[in-house]
Design a protein around this ligand. Structure first.
Ligand code: XMP
Length: 323
């Protein structure tokens, strides 16, 4: 019979046996899956696991601190944080095209991660032979591997490390659905904010700025996004919506009147959606008073923003993200 306790005990025993006295690496994204996978492996092998968190400077307000402090406090995990904000901003300078942005962010991410990986491997200690991934059951089915029950397979490293280096993958969540992963995370004592995190794209706020990504624009969007999240949480709506991207239209300006005079600022788009699996979605019918509060606060508190608009498009035809 299925209980989170059984799942944890089973996985901990299997991971211990597989890893033996070797070491493992796990990339943390700030999301639920990698956090729960890492916490499980940490429970099994402790300091033989090193986690890597690449801070690309495109996270939302407080998210990096959540990983650096709260996650580490809850699990005792050994964490290597790489501050790569400058590198990412430099690579993104002058780029407005969404596909270009995604490519650049993905490429830089792999380079930075592999560099960190190489440094960990070079450290004194037993060989690093395992890579932990937060693959879930739906991902397994999607990629056609549904019948296999093993949670270990090999994986060739993509570059930056010795050619013949081969990692074994540890995928302790391979048999679980998202809600089960959250239950396991809860049982492992992970912070609520991580266990119930809504989906957030890997390229982060980089694909929520329509136009070029700059530090100034990121800071502005981070403020607006933090306000929207704060008010949605205060209104008790977090579990009712699937996610709510907040988008900065950096290439658009409109006229406004704020304080004593005329302004020429940028619009912020709210994109609250309800969904089962992100394949299709509907726009959330949020209470007007909550929308009003978010709008008032964003236009009062965020410099250069003089308008807040609501996206009332379903998916299809609109995607959830704007880029
Ligand atoms: P769209 O915009 O395609 O998004 O309707 C569907 C879901 O996927 C998320 N998303 C991403 N997640 N890397 C990710 O890890 C990405 O590049 C990416 N793009 C979109 C999006 O937030 C939504 O939950």
């Amino acid at each position: 019979n299925w209980t989170t306790g059984n799942v944890i005990d089973e996985q901990v025993a299997a991971i211990r046996e597989t890893v033996g006295d070797k070491r493992a690496i796990c990339g943390l994204s700030g999301g639920v899956d990698s956090a729960v996978a890492a916490a499980l492996v940490q429970k099994a092998i402790g300091s033989q696991l090193t986690c890597v968190y690449v801070d690309h400077g495109l996270m939302r307000k407080g998210e990096t601190e959540q990983v650096e402090k709260d996650f580490v406090a809850a699990t005792g995990v050994q964490l290597k944080v790489v501050d790569a904000e400058e590198r990412f901003l430099k690579a993104l300078a002058g780029v407005s095209d969404p596909e270009q942005k995604r490519k650049i962010i993905g490429r830089e991410f792999i380079r930075v991660f592999e560099q960190a990986q190489a440094e960990i491997i070079a450290d004194e200690g037993p060989a690093v032979e395992f890579l932990v991934q937060g693959t879930l059951y739906p991902d397994v089915v999607e990629s056609g591997g549904g019948s296999g029950t093993a949670n270990i397979k090999s994986h060739h490293n993509v570059g930056g490390l010795p050619e013949d280096l081969e990692f074994q993958l540890i995928e302790p969540l391979r048999k679980l659905f998202k809600d089960e992963v959250r239950m396991v995370g809860q049982e492992l004592g992970l912070p609520e904010e991580i266990v119930h995190r809504q989906p957030f794209p890997g390229p982060g706020l980089g694909i929520r700025i329509v136009g070029e990504v700059t530090k100034e624009r990121l800071d502005l969007l981070r403020e607006a996004d933090a306000i929207a999240r704060e008010e949605l949480t205060a209104a008790g709506l977090d579990r009712d919506i699937w996610q709510c991207p907040v988008v900065l239209l950096a290439d658009v300006r409109s006229v406004g009147v704020q304080g004593d005079g005329r302004t020429y600022g940028h619009p912020i788009v709210l994109r609250p959606v309800s969904s089962e699996d992100a394949m299709t979605a509907d726009w959330s019918r949020l209470p007007y008073d909550v929308l009003a509060k978010i709008s008032t606060r964003i236009t009062n508190e965020v410099r250069d923003v003089n308008r807040v608009v609501l996206d009332v498009t379903s998916k299809p035809p609109g995607t959830i993200e704007w880029e």
